[in-house]
Ligand binder design. Sequence first.
Ligand SMILES: Cc1ncc(COP(=O)(O)O)c(C=O)c1O
Length: 435
Amino acid sequence: MSQLAIEGGSRTVPEGIEKSWPIITQADKDAVMRVLDRGQIWGPDAPEKTALEQEWAAYVGTKHCLVTNSGTSALHACVAGIGVEPGDEVIIPAFTFWATAQAVVCQNAIPVFVDIDPITYNIDPKKIEEKITARTKAIIVVHVHGLPCDMDEINAIARKHGLKVLEDAAHAHGAYYKGRKPGNLGDMGMFSLNATKNLSGGEGGLVTTSNPEFYEGARLMCMFGEKQVPKGNIRPYDAFIMGNNYRPVEMTCAFTRSQLTRLEAYNAQRIANSELLTRELSQLPGVITPHVPADRNHVYHIYRVKLDPAAAGYPDIDREDFRWAVQHALFAEGVPAMEWHSFPVPGQKIFQNKNAYGKGCPWSCQFASQDIRYDANDYPETQKMFAASFVLYTIHAANGLELMQHYVKAFHKVYDQLDRVVTNPAYYQRVRASV
Ligand SMILES: Cc1ncc(COP(=O)(O)O)c(C=O)c1O
Protein backbone atom coordinates (compact mmCIF):
# COMPACT_ATOMS: atom_id res chain seq x y z
CA MET A 1 0.00 0.00 0.00
CA SER A 2 1.55 3.34 -0.97
CA GLN A 3 2.33 5.82 1.79
CA LEU A 4 -0.20 8.62 2.25
CA ALA A 5 1.02 12.07 1.18
CA ILE A 6 -0.14 13.40 4.54
CA GLU A 7 2.41 11.03 6.11
CA GLY A 8 5.22 12.00 3.76
CA GLY A 9 4.44 9.79 0.75
CA SER A 10 4.31 11.16 -2.78
CA ARG A 11 1.10 12.82 -3.97
CA THR A 12 -1.27 10.99 -6.32
CA VAL A 13 -2.23 13.88 -8.61
CA PRO A 14 0.80 15.06 -10.61
CA GLU A 15 1.72 18.66 -9.83
CA GLY A 16 0.71 21.35 -12.32
CA ILE A 17 -1.66 19.34 -14.51
CA GLU A 18 -4.77 21.34 -13.60
CA LYS A 19 -5.68 24.01 -16.13
CA SER A 20 -7.19 27.38 -15.25
CA TRP A 21 -10.64 28.71 -16.15
CA PRO A 22 -11.86 30.26 -18.38
CA ILE A 23 -10.41 28.89 -21.60
CA ILE A 24 -9.40 31.90 -23.73
CA THR A 25 -9.24 31.28 -27.47
CA GLN A 26 -8.10 33.35 -30.45
CA ALA A 27 -11.79 33.98 -31.21
CA ASP A 28 -12.19 35.61 -27.76
CA LYS A 29 -9.17 37.82 -28.39
CA ASP A 30 -10.48 38.75 -31.85
CA ALA A 31 -13.85 39.66 -30.30
CA VAL A 32 -12.23 42.10 -27.87
CA MET A 33 -10.05 43.54 -30.62
CA ARG A 34 -13.17 44.02 -32.77
CA VAL A 35 -14.48 46.40 -30.10
CA LEU A 36 -11.23 48.32 -29.83
CA ASP A 37 -10.98 48.61 -33.62
CA ARG A 38 -14.56 49.89 -33.74
CA GLY A 39 -13.74 52.45 -31.07
CA GLN A 40 -17.06 52.32 -29.22
CA ILE A 41 -16.21 50.89 -25.80
CA TRP A 42 -19.42 51.61 -23.85
CA GLY A 43 -23.03 52.73 -24.12
CA PRO A 44 -26.53 51.64 -23.14
CA ASP A 45 -27.27 50.73 -26.76
CA ALA A 46 -23.75 49.82 -27.85
CA PRO A 47 -23.66 47.02 -30.45
CA GLU A 48 -21.99 44.22 -28.44
CA LYS A 49 -24.20 44.87 -25.40
CA THR A 50 -27.35 44.88 -27.52
CA ALA A 51 -26.30 41.73 -29.39
CA LEU A 52 -25.48 39.90 -26.14
CA GLU A 53 -28.87 40.90 -24.72
CA GLN A 54 -30.65 39.53 -27.79
CA GLU A 55 -28.59 36.34 -27.86
CA TRP A 56 -28.99 35.59 -24.14
CA ALA A 57 -32.75 36.30 -24.16
CA ALA A 58 -33.11 33.93 -27.14
CA TYR A 59 -30.96 31.29 -25.42
CA VAL A 60 -32.91 31.43 -22.15
CA GLY A 61 -36.30 31.93 -23.80
CA THR A 62 -37.31 35.30 -22.33
CA LYS A 63 -38.46 38.47 -24.10
CA HIS A 64 -35.87 40.71 -22.42
CA CYS A 65 -32.30 40.64 -21.20
CA LEU A 66 -30.19 43.37 -19.66
CA VAL A 67 -26.40 43.15 -19.34
CA THR A 68 -24.93 44.65 -16.16
CA ASN A 69 -21.44 45.10 -14.73
CA SER A 70 -21.72 42.28 -12.15
CA GLY A 71 -24.01 39.53 -10.97
CA THR A 72 -24.52 41.47 -7.75
CA SER A 73 -25.76 44.52 -9.66
CA ALA A 74 -27.98 42.27 -11.79
CA LEU A 75 -29.53 40.89 -8.59
CA HIS A 76 -30.15 44.35 -7.20
CA ALA A 77 -31.69 45.41 -10.50
CA CYS A 78 -34.07 42.41 -10.29
CA VAL A 79 -35.07 43.16 -6.70
CA ALA A 80 -35.74 46.77 -7.68
CA GLY A 81 -37.42 45.68 -10.92
CA ILE A 82 -40.15 43.69 -9.21
CA GLY A 83 -40.85 46.63 -6.91
CA VAL A 84 -39.39 45.58 -3.55
CA GLU A 85 -39.55 48.54 -1.16
CA PRO A 86 -38.23 49.47 2.32
CA GLY A 87 -39.35 47.04 5.02
CA ASP A 88 -40.59 44.42 2.53
CA GLU A 89 -39.46 40.90 3.33
CA VAL A 90 -37.79 38.69 0.75
CA ILE A 91 -37.31 34.98 1.32
CA ILE A 92 -33.92 33.52 0.38
CA PRO A 93 -31.99 30.33 1.16
CA ALA A 94 -29.60 30.27 4.13
CA PHE A 95 -27.05 28.64 1.83
CA THR A 96 -25.94 31.01 -0.92
CA PHE A 97 -23.33 33.64 -1.63
CA TRP A 98 -24.28 36.65 0.46
CA ALA A 99 -24.85 38.79 -2.66
CA THR A 100 -28.32 37.21 -2.78
CA ALA A 101 -29.14 38.82 0.56
CA GLN A 102 -27.14 41.96 -0.21
CA ALA A 103 -29.41 42.76 -3.16
CA VAL A 104 -32.37 42.77 -0.77
CA VAL A 105 -30.60 44.98 1.79
CA CYS A 106 -29.58 47.36 -1.02
CA GLN A 107 -33.30 47.99 -1.49
CA ASN A 108 -33.71 48.68 2.26
CA ALA A 109 -35.66 45.46 2.45
CA ILE A 110 -35.32 42.55 4.86
CA PRO A 111 -33.91 39.12 3.99
CA VAL A 112 -35.73 36.21 5.62
CA PHE A 113 -33.80 32.95 5.44
CA VAL A 114 -35.02 29.42 4.81
CA ASP A 115 -33.08 26.18 5.39
CA ILE A 116 -32.01 23.88 2.55
CA ASP A 117 -33.13 20.47 1.38
CA PRO A 118 -30.39 18.09 2.60
CA ILE A 119 -30.42 16.13 -0.68
CA THR A 120 -30.33 18.90 -3.33
CA TYR A 121 -28.76 21.66 -1.13
CA ASN A 122 -31.30 24.08 -2.65
CA ILE A 123 -33.96 25.99 -0.71
CA ASP A 124 -36.43 23.54 0.84
CA PRO A 125 -39.90 24.40 -0.54
CA LYS A 126 -41.52 22.69 2.46
CA LYS A 127 -40.03 25.31 4.75
CA ILE A 128 -41.01 28.44 2.80
CA GLU A 129 -44.64 28.96 3.81
CA GLU A 130 -43.89 29.18 7.54
CA LYS A 131 -41.71 32.24 6.78
CA ILE A 132 -44.33 34.17 4.79
CA THR A 133 -45.81 37.24 6.52
CA ALA A 134 -47.96 40.17 5.42
CA ARG A 135 -44.72 41.97 4.49
CA THR A 136 -43.35 39.22 2.22
CA LYS A 137 -42.95 40.42 -1.34
CA ALA A 138 -40.80 37.83 -3.11
CA ILE A 139 -38.88 34.58 -2.99
CA ILE A 140 -35.35 34.46 -4.39
CA VAL A 141 -34.35 30.94 -5.30
CA VAL A 142 -30.70 30.06 -5.89
CA HIS A 143 -29.88 27.19 -8.25
CA VAL A 144 -26.93 26.27 -6.05
CA HIS A 145 -23.83 24.87 -7.77
CA GLY A 146 -25.80 24.58 -11.05
CA LEU A 147 -28.78 22.40 -10.03
CA PRO A 148 -32.19 24.03 -10.65
CA CYS A 149 -34.53 24.34 -7.66
CA ASP A 150 -37.94 22.65 -7.23
CA MET A 151 -39.59 25.37 -9.29
CA ASP A 152 -43.10 23.89 -9.63
CA GLU A 153 -43.52 23.72 -5.85
CA ILE A 154 -41.97 27.17 -5.33
CA ASN A 155 -44.02 28.88 -8.07
CA ALA A 156 -47.20 27.31 -6.65
CA ILE A 157 -46.44 28.75 -3.17
CA ALA A 158 -45.69 32.15 -4.74
CA ARG A 159 -48.95 32.13 -6.71
CA LYS A 160 -50.96 31.15 -3.62
CA HIS A 161 -49.54 34.09 -1.63
CA GLY A 162 -49.23 36.65 -4.45
CA LEU A 163 -45.40 36.72 -4.34
CA LYS A 164 -42.84 37.28 -7.09
CA VAL A 165 -40.15 34.70 -7.80
CA LEU A 166 -36.60 35.77 -8.67
CA GLU A 167 -34.01 33.27 -9.79
CA ASP A 168 -30.41 33.67 -8.73
CA ALA A 169 -28.98 31.59 -11.56
CA ALA A 170 -25.40 32.79 -11.00
CA HIS A 171 -24.27 29.13 -11.10
CA ALA A 172 -26.71 27.71 -13.63
CA HIS A 173 -26.10 28.99 -17.17
CA GLY A 174 -27.56 26.49 -19.61
CA ALA A 175 -29.08 24.06 -17.09
CA TYR A 176 -32.67 22.92 -17.60
CA TYR A 177 -35.70 22.09 -15.49
CA LYS A 178 -38.59 20.24 -17.17
CA GLY A 179 -37.31 21.38 -20.56
CA ARG A 180 -36.93 25.06 -19.66
CA LYS A 181 -33.86 27.02 -18.74
CA PRO A 182 -33.07 28.90 -15.51
CA GLY A 183 -33.69 32.60 -16.00
CA ASN A 184 -37.07 31.66 -17.48
CA LEU A 185 -38.53 29.72 -14.55
CA GLY A 186 -39.85 32.62 -12.43
CA ASP A 187 -40.72 36.32 -12.81
CA MET A 188 -37.13 37.45 -13.26
CA GLY A 189 -33.72 35.84 -13.34
CA MET A 190 -30.08 36.81 -13.12
CA PHE A 191 -26.71 35.30 -13.99
CA SER A 192 -23.15 36.18 -12.99
CA LEU A 193 -20.42 36.50 -15.61
CA ASN A 194 -17.64 36.53 -13.03
CA ALA A 195 -14.51 34.72 -14.32
CA THR A 196 -15.20 31.55 -12.33
CA LYS A 197 -18.68 31.04 -13.78
CA ASN A 198 -19.82 28.55 -16.46
CA LEU A 199 -20.24 31.54 -18.79
CA SER A 200 -17.44 33.98 -18.13
CA GLY A 201 -16.96 37.61 -19.05
CA GLY A 202 -14.38 38.39 -16.34
CA GLU A 203 -17.01 40.38 -14.45
CA GLY A 204 -20.59 41.09 -15.44
CA GLY A 205 -24.20 40.05 -15.04
CA LEU A 206 -27.32 39.24 -17.03
CA VAL A 207 -30.94 40.01 -16.07
CA THR A 208 -33.75 38.10 -17.79
CA THR A 209 -37.52 38.51 -17.77
CA SER A 210 -40.52 38.43 -20.08
CA ASN A 211 -42.34 41.09 -18.07
CA PRO A 212 -41.90 44.55 -19.67
CA GLU A 213 -42.66 46.38 -16.41
CA PHE A 214 -40.02 44.45 -14.43
CA TYR A 215 -37.57 44.94 -17.28
CA GLU A 216 -38.10 48.72 -17.25
CA GLY A 217 -37.75 48.77 -13.45
CA ALA A 218 -34.44 46.92 -13.65
CA ARG A 219 -33.23 49.20 -16.42
CA LEU A 220 -34.04 52.27 -14.36
CA MET A 221 -31.91 50.89 -11.51
CA CYS A 222 -28.98 50.26 -13.90
CA MET A 223 -29.13 53.77 -15.42
CA PHE A 224 -28.91 56.20 -12.49
CA GLY A 225 -32.70 56.01 -12.03
CA GLU A 226 -33.12 57.85 -15.32
CA LYS A 227 -35.48 56.74 -18.08
CA GLN A 228 -33.80 55.76 -21.29
CA VAL A 229 -34.43 58.23 -24.08
CA PRO A 230 -34.79 56.87 -27.62
CA LYS A 231 -31.70 57.29 -29.77
CA GLY A 232 -31.40 60.75 -31.30
CA ASN A 233 -33.14 62.55 -28.40
CA ILE A 234 -31.50 64.85 -25.88
CA ARG A 235 -31.01 63.29 -22.42
CA PRO A 236 -33.06 65.23 -19.84
CA TYR A 237 -30.88 64.25 -16.84
CA ASP A 238 -33.93 63.62 -14.67
CA ALA A 239 -33.71 60.76 -12.13
CA PHE A 240 -36.98 59.14 -11.05
CA ILE A 241 -35.59 56.82 -8.35
CA MET A 242 -32.41 56.09 -6.43
CA GLY A 243 -30.52 54.31 -9.21
CA ASN A 244 -26.95 53.25 -9.93
CA ASN A 245 -24.57 52.95 -12.84
CA TYR A 246 -24.66 49.21 -13.46
CA ARG A 247 -23.69 49.36 -17.14
CA PRO A 248 -21.12 46.98 -18.64
CA VAL A 249 -18.25 47.80 -20.99
CA GLU A 250 -18.24 46.64 -24.60
CA MET A 251 -15.09 44.49 -24.31
CA THR A 252 -16.82 42.31 -21.70
CA CYS A 253 -19.92 41.95 -23.85
CA ALA A 254 -17.88 40.94 -26.91
CA PHE A 255 -15.80 38.47 -24.89
CA THR A 256 -18.95 36.94 -23.36
CA ARG A 257 -20.62 36.58 -26.77
CA SER A 258 -17.60 34.69 -27.99
CA GLN A 259 -17.62 32.44 -24.89
CA LEU A 260 -21.37 31.87 -25.34
CA THR A 261 -20.77 30.08 -28.65
CA ARG A 262 -18.95 27.39 -26.59
CA LEU A 263 -21.15 27.30 -23.46
CA GLU A 264 -22.99 24.09 -24.40
CA ALA A 265 -19.74 22.26 -25.21
CA TYR A 266 -18.15 23.51 -21.99
CA ASN A 267 -21.15 22.42 -19.92
CA ALA A 268 -21.03 18.99 -21.60
CA GLN A 269 -17.41 18.60 -20.46
CA ARG A 270 -18.26 19.69 -16.89
CA ILE A 271 -21.07 17.14 -16.87
CA ALA A 272 -18.80 14.37 -18.24
CA ASN A 273 -16.12 15.17 -15.63
CA SER A 274 -18.66 15.24 -12.81
CA GLU A 275 -20.47 12.09 -13.93
CA LEU A 276 -17.19 10.20 -13.95
CA LEU A 277 -16.57 11.31 -10.35
CA THR A 278 -20.12 10.38 -9.33
CA ARG A 279 -19.87 6.93 -10.94
CA GLU A 280 -16.59 6.13 -9.22
CA LEU A 281 -16.82 7.91 -5.86
CA SER A 282 -20.36 6.77 -5.05
CA GLN A 283 -18.95 3.24 -4.79
CA LEU A 284 -16.90 4.22 -1.74
CA PRO A 285 -18.81 3.69 1.54
CA GLY A 286 -20.16 6.91 2.96
CA VAL A 287 -19.25 9.13 -0.01
CA ILE A 288 -22.37 11.02 -1.10
CA THR A 289 -22.17 12.55 -4.58
CA PRO A 290 -24.52 15.23 -6.00
CA HIS A 291 -28.13 14.14 -6.46
CA VAL A 292 -29.76 15.08 -9.77
CA PRO A 293 -33.58 14.59 -9.94
CA ALA A 294 -34.77 13.07 -13.23
CA ASP A 295 -36.71 16.18 -14.33
CA ARG A 296 -33.64 18.48 -14.52
CA ASN A 297 -29.91 18.52 -15.20
CA HIS A 298 -26.95 19.86 -13.26
CA VAL A 299 -24.32 22.01 -14.95
CA TYR A 300 -21.78 21.58 -12.12
CA HIS A 301 -20.45 25.06 -11.54
CA ILE A 302 -19.19 23.39 -8.36
CA TYR A 303 -19.05 19.68 -7.44
CA ARG A 304 -19.90 18.93 -3.80
CA VAL A 305 -18.82 15.76 -1.98
CA LYS A 306 -20.53 14.89 1.30
CA LEU A 307 -19.19 12.28 3.72
CA ASP A 308 -21.16 10.08 6.09
CA PRO A 309 -18.85 8.70 8.82
CA ALA A 310 -21.40 6.10 10.00
CA ALA A 311 -21.80 4.64 6.50
CA ALA A 312 -18.00 4.57 6.21
CA GLY A 313 -17.84 2.49 9.40
CA TYR A 314 -17.04 5.24 11.92
CA PRO A 315 -20.33 6.03 13.70
CA ASP A 316 -18.50 7.49 16.71
CA ILE A 317 -16.47 10.11 14.85
CA ASP A 318 -18.00 13.58 14.60
CA ARG A 319 -19.03 14.33 11.00
CA GLU A 320 -16.97 17.52 10.82
CA ASP A 321 -13.83 15.91 12.29
CA PHE A 322 -14.23 13.05 9.82
CA ARG A 323 -14.66 15.40 6.88
CA TRP A 324 -11.66 17.55 7.86
CA ALA A 325 -9.45 14.48 8.21
CA VAL A 326 -10.43 13.11 4.79
CA GLN A 327 -10.29 16.55 3.15
CA HIS A 328 -6.76 17.19 4.46
CA ALA A 329 -5.56 13.77 3.33
CA LEU A 330 -7.03 14.32 -0.16
CA PHE A 331 -5.58 17.81 -0.33
CA ALA A 332 -2.12 16.42 0.40
CA GLU A 333 -2.66 13.91 -2.42
CA GLY A 334 -3.20 16.86 -4.79
CA VAL A 335 -7.02 16.93 -4.87
CA PRO A 336 -8.02 20.60 -4.46
CA ALA A 337 -10.78 19.84 -1.95
CA MET A 338 -12.02 23.31 -0.96
CA GLU A 339 -14.89 25.08 0.78
CA TRP A 340 -17.55 27.32 -0.65
CA HIS A 341 -18.65 29.18 2.51
CA SER A 342 -18.65 27.48 5.87
CA PHE A 343 -21.73 28.66 7.79
CA PRO A 344 -25.28 29.88 7.01
CA VAL A 345 -25.48 33.45 5.61
CA PRO A 346 -27.64 34.67 8.56
CA GLY A 347 -24.62 33.93 10.78
CA GLN A 348 -22.64 36.72 9.07
CA LYS A 349 -21.87 39.79 11.16
CA ILE A 350 -24.16 42.13 9.22
CA PHE A 351 -27.15 39.98 10.20
CA GLN A 352 -25.96 39.24 13.71
CA ASN A 353 -25.56 43.00 14.30
CA LYS A 354 -28.62 43.90 12.18
CA ASN A 355 -26.78 46.92 10.89
CA ALA A 356 -26.03 47.50 7.19
CA TYR A 357 -25.80 51.27 6.82
CA GLY A 358 -25.37 52.45 10.39
CA LYS A 359 -28.11 53.26 12.94
CA GLY A 360 -29.44 49.71 12.49
CA CYS A 361 -30.79 50.38 8.99
CA PRO A 362 -32.65 48.81 7.27
CA TRP A 363 -33.88 46.72 10.24
CA SER A 364 -34.62 49.84 12.33
CA CYS A 365 -36.68 51.32 9.48
CA GLN A 366 -40.25 52.22 10.49
CA PHE A 367 -41.61 50.00 7.69
CA ALA A 368 -39.70 46.90 8.82
CA SER A 369 -40.94 44.30 11.29
CA GLN A 370 -39.18 44.60 14.62
CA ASP A 371 -39.49 40.82 15.16
CA ILE A 372 -36.73 39.77 12.75
CA ARG A 373 -34.01 37.63 14.35
CA TYR A 374 -31.08 35.82 12.80
CA ASP A 375 -29.54 32.72 14.34
CA ALA A 376 -27.34 30.37 12.31
CA ASN A 377 -28.60 27.47 14.45
CA ASP A 378 -32.07 27.91 12.94
CA TYR A 379 -30.69 26.32 9.73
CA PRO A 380 -29.56 22.85 10.86
CA GLU A 381 -29.55 21.25 7.40
CA THR A 382 -27.26 23.98 6.07
CA GLN A 383 -24.97 23.53 9.07
CA LYS A 384 -24.90 19.74 8.67
CA MET A 385 -24.07 20.08 4.98
CA PHE A 386 -21.15 22.42 5.73
CA ALA A 387 -19.86 20.12 8.47
CA ALA A 388 -19.90 17.04 6.28
CA SER A 389 -18.82 18.26 2.84
CA PHE A 390 -16.23 19.95 0.67
CA VAL A 391 -16.19 21.05 -2.96
CA LEU A 392 -14.18 20.72 -6.14
CA TYR A 393 -14.01 23.60 -8.61
CA THR A 394 -11.59 22.02 -11.05
CA ILE A 395 -14.29 19.92 -12.73
CA HIS A 396 -14.55 22.86 -15.17
CA ALA A 397 -14.14 22.31 -18.90
CA ALA A 398 -10.47 23.29 -19.13
CA ASN A 399 -9.84 19.96 -17.40
CA GLY A 400 -10.80 16.51 -18.63
CA LEU A 401 -11.39 12.92 -17.64
CA GLU A 402 -7.71 12.17 -17.11
CA LEU A 403 -7.54 14.60 -14.18
CA MET A 404 -10.77 13.15 -12.76
CA GLN A 405 -9.19 9.66 -12.89
CA HIS A 406 -6.27 11.00 -10.83
CA TYR A 407 -8.78 12.34 -8.28
CA VAL A 408 -10.50 8.93 -8.13
CA LYS A 409 -7.14 7.26 -7.53
CA ALA A 410 -6.42 9.71 -4.69
CA PHE A 411 -9.81 8.97 -3.08
CA HIS A 412 -9.07 5.22 -3.26
CA LYS A 413 -5.64 5.69 -1.73
CA VAL A 414 -7.13 7.63 1.19
CA TYR A 415 -10.09 5.25 1.61
CA ASP A 416 -7.82 2.19 1.52
CA GLN A 417 -6.09 3.64 4.61
CA LEU A 418 -9.08 5.39 6.12
CA ASP A 419 -8.38 4.09 9.60
CA ARG A 420 -4.99 5.85 9.67
CA VAL A 421 -6.55 9.07 8.39
CA VAL A 422 -9.64 9.41 10.57
CA THR A 423 -8.42 8.01 13.87
CA ASN A 424 -5.47 10.41 14.16
CA PRO A 425 -6.67 13.62 15.88
CA ALA A 426 -3.70 15.48 14.39
CA TYR A 427 -5.52 15.31 11.06
CA TYR A 428 -8.64 17.05 12.35
CA GLN A 429 -6.86 20.41 12.60
CA ARG A 430 -9.84 22.71 12.24
CA VAL A 431 -8.89 25.93 10.57
CA ARG A 432 -11.37 28.66 11.34
CA ALA A 433 -10.47 32.32 10.86
CA SER A 434 -12.29 34.20 13.60
CA VAL A 435 -12.42 37.95 13.38
C1 LIG B 1 -25.15 32.50 -5.89
C2 LIG B 1 -24.50 33.78 -6.30
N1 LIG B 1 -25.27 34.86 -6.52
C3 LIG B 1 -24.75 36.04 -6.89
C4 LIG B 1 -23.40 36.21 -7.07
C5 LIG B 1 -22.86 37.54 -7.43
O1 LIG B 1 -22.25 37.53 -8.68
P1 LIG B 1 -20.99 38.51 -9.01
O2 LIG B 1 -19.79 37.91 -8.36
O3 LIG B 1 -20.92 38.45 -10.50
O4 LIG B 1 -21.32 39.86 -8.50
C6 LIG B 1 -22.56 35.12 -6.86
C7 LIG B 1 -21.10 35.30 -7.02
O5 LIG B 1 -20.32 34.59 -7.34
C8 LIG B 1 -23.11 33.87 -6.47
O6 LIG B 1 -22.33 32.81 -6.24
